[in-house]
Design a protein around this ligand. Structure first.
Ligand code: PLP
Length: 440
């Protein structure tokens, strides 16, 4: 494609002018690899974008989508239904703990987050506590790109262009302090006490009776892989319980085996009231997300409306889209049939060892990991935040390896089907590039 072919598309979260001057285009993908438009194979170290957990081009998913497209590609989701959407909701129950047993279907993680926030407000209103309007996020959190998610999100660059966003929002501090928990393997021992701020500052300031929900990523991904300290999530849960505040886990990247279990809430044995999910649900093949809520939330909201009335004035034209539903059902089958969550758990120690082998390399200032996620933080170039990691990304791509960078952190999240030799290749390529760029 020449530069005039590229001009019209305004690319998301991309340096458009830089990209269009030197484009990187994928045209095919299979298993662990993409193919570029000039015919090179590139090893995928980021599962597409944290979503292709079962690897690319999986035949059962492709066939399910193809078959459903020929039967019925669309059915209206409001006041009508089709069987596959109900089956997806039913199947999701098997993947989530406790009484997280009702699913609202969306088309993305961002929609899941905004849906979850609205459900939290609707729930309190249905209980007669409509003054509970405050939504509490966390610094360095990423909850998608819509207005609700951007408001509770805590990444300055994502917020600064958009004014005040939602009014009743506050943020907890994030959990990373290089002085105390750098180079942790798995969950850092330090930091559980940071959850207490919910009580000592946020509840004290806004009053618990005004707070609807707290939303956190159990492991913060997009901000550079921040692993929750031991006992941190448990403490958040306990404080929320004490004050009737809903706890929302944004599991858009931690779901579907990324941490070596179905979901982070399962891994950490902390039961949230609402879970946001997306990405791995369809293996990235068709956009789909979901918000899964505990029984009492569904029953309270639906039960508060008059008989025969719509209970929640919210939804999307493509909620539970037939092609997405078909892709989701095939994906969930595949994840179970191939026991990919167990595989992710088995590979995690090898992956941990491999990523921590980068510790002494030039520019590395921290390494964090859990399950099949790792963050390798580099010292920023003076006055040019993100530039160092971006040059590592570019050079890895030239050498046939796809990594993700966020700020100056390399975030790795390979498909769960990655082999040990492929982990070695991923890490060896990053090591080579860091050595090459030692003086730059
Ligand atoms: C934790 C989290 N929440 C929400 C989102 C937004 O998902 P989407 O890009 O599908 O809207 C992301 C995307 O990376 C995410 O990591």
């Amino acid at each position: 494609m020449n530069s005039s072919d590229l001009a019209a598309y305004w690319m998301p979260f991309t340096a458009n002018r830089q990209f269009k001057a030197a484009p990187r285009l994928f045209v095919a993908a299979e298993g662990m690899h993409f193919t570029t438009d000039d015919g090179r194979r590139v090893l995928d170290g980021m599962a597409g974008l944290w979503c292709v957990n079962a690897g690319h081009g999986r035949k059962p998913i492709v066939e399910a989508i193809r078959a459903q497209a020929g039967i019925m590609a669309f059915a209206p989701p409001f006041q009508m239904g089709h069987p596959l959407a109900f089956k997806v909701a039913q199947r999701l129950k098997r993947f989530l703990p406790g009484d997280l047993d009702h699913a609202f279907l969306t088309n993305s993680g961002s929609e899941s987050v905004d849906t979850a926030l609205k459900i939290a407000l609707a729930y309190h209103r249905a209980r007669g506590e409509s003054q509970r309007r405050w939504l509490i996020g966390r610094e360095r959190g990423y909850h998608g790109a819509n207005f609700g998610g951007t408001s509770v999100g805590g990444i300055a660059a994502n917020r600064k262009a958009y004014g005040n966003l939602l009014a009743c929002v506050d943020h907890l501090q994030h959990t990373h302090d290089p002085e105390h928990n750098s180079y942790s393997r798995g969950q850092p021992a330090w930091g559980a006490h940071l959850a207490d701020e919910l009580e000592t500052r946020i509840v004290a300031l806004h009053d618990a009776g005004n707070i609807a929900a707290v939303i956190v990523e159990p492991l913060a991904g997009s901000t550079g892989v921040l692993v929750p300290p031991v006992d941190y999530l448990e403490r958040l849960r306990a404080i929320c319980d004490r004050y009737g505040i809903l706890l929302i886990f944004d599991e858009v990247i931690t779901g579907f085996g990324r941490l070596g279990s179905s979901f982070a809430c399962e891994k950490f044995s902390v039961l949230p009231d609402i879970v946001c999910l997306a990405k791995g649900l369809t293996n990235g093949a068709v956009p789909m997300g979901a918000v899964v809520v505990r029984k009492a939330i569904y029953e309270t909201v639906t039960g508060a409306a008059p008989e025969n009335a719509i209970e929640l004035f919210h939804g999307y034209t493509y909620s539970g889209h037939p092609l997405a539903s078909a892709a989701a059902l095939a994906t969930l089958d595949l994840l179970e049939d191939e026991q990919l969550f167990a595989r992710s758990a088995e590979l995690a120690p090898y992956f941990e060892q491999a990523v921590h082998s980068l510790r002494e390399l030039p520019h590395v200032i921290d390494i964090r990991n859990l399950g099949l996620v790792a963050g390798i933080e580099l010292a920023p170039k003076p006055g040019q935040p993100g530039a160092r990691a971006f040059s590592v990304f570019q050079r890895c791509f030239e050498l046939g390896v796809l990594i993700r960078t966020t700020g100056d952190t390399i975030a790795l999240s390979p498909p769960l089907i990655i082999s040990k030799p492929q982990i070695d290749e991923l890490i060896a390529t990053i090591a080579r590039v860091l050595r090459e760029l030692a003086d730059r």
